[in-house]
Design a protein around this ligand. Structure first.
Ligand SMILES: [Zn+2]
Length: 201
């Protein structure tokens, strides 16, 4: 945008909005304009909400979840099954599993996946704390709910090796036909994975 059109404060706002996932420069300008128009109804409450969240946010030292308290709401929930530990790559995956009410277990957030090409090794992830939790006992099953990507599966294999002999059962999510999916539209990898992990009807 040319200099004289907007002040530096608004330019800065647009630049920061453009860094959000899913927003490019064009949608950032639209979002900024919308905020400017709805200054009292949206922009000021949003600014306060961002400041409040930024001040309150904490990373759970037990599981790596992001919350406003440490230990987090999931770790301190007495209704959770403490014998089941669901390992996820990111907090977004934890939120997705919670939205789906997929498990009543507790979580462990790795904070990424192993990726030698990007220089991400075991020490860059919350893996040491995971082995610590499992070796401390009381965990019957570790569910590796990582993405079905090469890096996700490499990470799952690494963790499985690490936890062998810990006494906990190591499981992973099924790979296969999505709910509502049509076979004709599936990629070859998904289809052959679904055939391999077929179950008794
Ligand atoms: Zn936690």
């Amino acid at each position: 945008m040319t200099q004289a059109v907007i002040g530096p404060e608004i330019e800065r706002l647009i630049q920061l909005l453009a860094r959000l996932p899913g927003l490019g420069p064009r949608s950032a300008r639209r979002a900024a304009l919308h905020l400017l128009k709805k200054r009292e109804a949206l922009m000021q409450p949003l600014a306060r909400a961002v400041a409040d969240a930024a001040a309150a946010v904490k990373v759970c030292t037990t599981c790596g979840n992001v919350d406003t308290r440490d230990p987090c709401s999931v770790c301190t929930d007495p209704a959770r099954d403490s014998a089941t530990l669901v390992v996820v790559e990111d907090v977004g995956d934890l939120w997705a599993l919670e939205r789906a009410s997929a498990t009543r277990g507790r979580y462990h957030v790795l904070g990424g996946v192993l990726s030698p090409l990007d220089g991400i090794g075991p020490d860059d992830l919350n893996i040491a704390s995971l082995t610590g939790r499992v070796r401390a006992g009381g965990i019957g099953e570790v569910v590796l709910a990582v993405n079905a990507t090469v890096e996700g599966q490499t990470t799952a294999h690494y963790i499985t090796d690490l936890l062998s002999g810990s006494g906990a059962r190591i499981t992973r999510l099924a790979h296969g036909v999505p709910v509502g999916g049509e076979l004709d539209y599936l990629d070859d990898g998904t289809l052959s994975a679904a055939m391999k992990s077929r179950t008794l009807f």
